[in-house]
Design a protein around this ligand. Sequence first.
Ligand code: GDP
Ligand code: ZN
Length: 308
Amino acid sequence: MSGVPAPNATVYATGGGVYGLRLDDGAMVEAGLRGRVKMERRTGDKVVIGDRVYAVRSEGAWSVDSVAPRDSEVVRRGPGGRAAKVVAANVDRVFAVVAAREPDMTFSLVDRLLVIAEASGLHSVLVVNKVDLEGGAERAAEAERIYGPLGYRVVAVSAALGTGMDRLRSEMCRGVSALMGPSGAGKSSLLNALHPALDLRTADVSRKTARGRHTTVSSRLIPLECGGVVADTPGFGDVGLWGVASDEVAACFPEIAALEEECRFRGCSHLREPDCAVLLAVAEGTIAPTRYESYVRLREEAAEAGPR
Ligand code: GDP
Ligand code: ZN
């Protein structure tokens, strides 16, 4: 379309129909939606944090006039339903956060998080938190052994002690990062440790209570002193596999995707076909059994959910 004005602001916060914008000149303003954007929003196409927008001011009030096409979207399944919901736009990378202990890290959870990010076309850094707890460092080392060779950087951290935080911070100082992971993994604690001025409420004071009381869950971009921004999207830990067709799951496992050409059959499901390079690699031990188990389970889940 011609005549669409260039974006002049980024959406920093959403909630309750109010949009917090950071204008390109640095000013923070609040805005509503208008015109076409408002219509689209009613039909479910939301304006989300990270969106680049064109904002206009009339009679002292700002409003979002149009939204620029997105480079990437972070998506999660809507509560109780199938509908995928975009929670952040133009995210550069995802930090998949798990706790080494309490709750204990499982490979099945890690795989699920990594696949969800891959399905959005986003590369993950795996963050193993709570390495201060007994056995935590060993679990982080185990994660490194499995995921490192697959191209995922693994960062072992303790939000409580500050261990590994310099490395984590240096990974986040450019562009937009999103933290994802189950509740209790320590995402709020990590954000607080990265940016002490924040004082986010952690589980003890319970954001969950706040979520129960208010109907609106707000999301925001948190600027870090070092330059990057982190997307804070409550509930992003409620992870399901959304919008991924079962035959797309293989592409979300780098080590399986790499063997695609070597199977005898095109479109091999890697479940039972003869001369399947993936089954062979599993038998030979070059693909970790836990990874293959995750592949089979997530594929089944995607098939049950049906086509998008
Ligand atoms: P979130 O739900 O992912 O945001 O997790 P929270 O940040 O609320 O943390 C959940 C619980 O784990 C809280 O009780 C934190 O105090 C605790 N916690 C977070 N990080 C660490 C850590 O590095 N070590 C230990 N031992 N506990 C932690
Ligand atoms: Zn195969």
